[in-house]
Design a protein around this ligand. Structure first.
Ligand code: ZN
Length: 327
C-alpha cells in the first residue's frame, strides 16, 4: 500500500537497488537513459505484497493490478488494489528484480526529485544506442523528433475506444501493452486496436510482478497473454512490457527465448494516479524529447483524465514537430 507521503518511486528504487539482488536499476539505466520510474512500470506490488492483485473493477475496467508497483499509489483515486505502492518495498522490486526505469544517468537526481512529481528522464539523445541484450528499451531511435506513445493495462471497454478515436483523429500509431485477461474479456477490442494499425504488446496475463517468479511462471504469464492476444485477432506480440518495470534476469531470458523485446518507457506522468489532467499534460510536454517513449494507461480504473490529457497533448506534440513511431 501506499504510505502517505512516501514517494512510491523511492520505494521501488530502493528495492531495486538492494544489494545482492539481481541487476540494479542503475546499471540498466546507465544503458538506457533516463526515465521516470513510475507508471505502470513502477507500481509496486501493492499492498499485499507482491502478488498480483487481480481486481476486476466493475465497470469494465478490469485491472489486474499487480505490479505496477511502486507507482500506483492508492491515492489518486480509487485505485486498484494492488497498484498501491508497496510501502514495504516488498512488492516492488524486491527480490532480484531489476527495475527498469531508465533513469539513466539520472537515477539519483531524477528520481530523487520531488516526491510525487513525475520524474523524467533526461532528454533522450538521439545518438543513444539501442539497448543491449538483457536490457529493456527506454527510447525509440528513429531520428529527430520521433517519439512513441504506449497505452497500458487495457483493453478497457470504456476507455480504449475513446483512445482509439483520438489516435485515429490525429492519425497516430501507438502501442497498446495489453493484459492478457483483459484481452480475453474484450477480444473484439484487441482486434479493433490491431486493425487500426497499432501494435499490441504483451503485458502479462494478470499484471503480476514477475521479478521474483521462476522461469516457468514467467513463461506461463507471457504465454497465456500471448494466447489471449492472438485469439483476439492481433498478431503474435514482439514486444513485452513488465508490469511495474520490474525486470529480472529471468524475465529477460524468457523474453529472449520467446522472441520478445523488453520494452520500458522514458516519460511517465503517472496518469494512473489521477494527478489531474493539467499535471499529466504538463509532465508530458515538459519531459518529452526526441526518442521518448511516453507511458499512459487506458486500463486499470478511471482513465478519464488520461483521455482528456491525450486530447490536449497529442496536438501540442504534433505542433511542436514530433511524430509518432512504434518501438
Ligand atoms: Zn501495467
Amino acid at each position: 500500500m501506499n504510505v502517505p507521503g512516501l514517494d512510491p518511486r523511492e520505494v521501488r528504487r530502493d528495492a531495486g537497488l538492494r544489494p545482492g539482488r539481481g541487476l540494479s536499476r542503475r546499471l540498466l539505466l546507465g544503458v538506457g537513459g533516463v526515465t521516470l520510474l513510475s507508471g505502470c512500470a513502477s507500481n509496486g506490488g501493492g499492498s499485499a505484497g507482491a502478488g498480483p492483485v487481480r481486481a476486476t473493477t466493475p465497470a469494465g475496467a478490469t485491472v489486474p493490478t499487480g505490479s505496477e508497483p511502486s507507482s500506483r499509489p492508492t491515492t489518486g483515486g480509487a485505485p486498484f488494489p494492488g497498484h498501491g505502492t508497496a510501502g514495504s518495498g516488498s512488492s516492488t522490486g524486491s527480490a532480484g528484480s531489476v527495475s527498469s526505469s531508465p533513469v539513466g544517468s539520472s537515477s539519483g537526481s531524477s528520481n530523487g526529485g520531488a516526491a510525487g512529481s513525475p520524474t523524467t528522464a533526461p532528454a533522450a539523445n538521439r545518438n543513444d544506442a539501442p539497448p543491449a541484450p538483457g536490457h529493456p528499451q527506454f527510447y525509440v531511435h528513429e531520428g529527430d523528433k520521433a517519439i512513441a506513445l504506449t497505452i497500458d493495462d487495457g483493453p478497457s471497454s470504456k476507455y480504449t475506444p475513446q483512445v482509439l478515436a483520438l489516435l485515429a483523429q490525429y492519425k497516430i500509431a501507438a502501442t497498446f501493452c495489453m493484459i492478457g485477461q483483459n484481452a480475453a474479456q474484450h477480444a473484439s477490442l484487441v482486434a479493433e486496436v490491431s486493425a487500426a494499425g497499432h501494435l499490441v504488446a504483451n503485458h502479462t496475463w494478470d499484471h503480476a510482478d514477475l521479478s521474483r517468479m521462476s522461469e516457468a511462471r514467467v513463461t506461463a504469464e507471457i504465454e497465456r497473454a500471448n494466447d489471449a492476444i492472438t485469439k483476439g485477432g492481433a498478431r503474435q506480440p514482439v514486444l513485452f512490457r513488465a508490469p511495474g518495470g520490474n525486470w529480472s534476469p529471468t524475465v529477460f531470458s524468457v523474453c529472449a527465448k520467446m522472441g520478445l523485446r523488453p520494452l520500458d518507457w522514458s516519460v511517465d506522468p503517472r496518469d494512473w494516479s489521477r494527478p489531474g489532467t493539467d499535471h499529466i499534460v504538463q509532465t508530458v510536454m515538459g519531459h518529452t524529447h526526441t526518442g521518448s517513449i511516453i507511458l499512459e494507461h487506458d486500463g486499470g480504473g478511471d482513465r478519464s483524465q488520461t483521455v482528456a490529457a491525450l486530447r490536449r497533448f497529442i496536438p501540442q506534440l504534433l505542433e511542436a514537430g514530433y511524430h509518432f513511431v512504434q518501438p
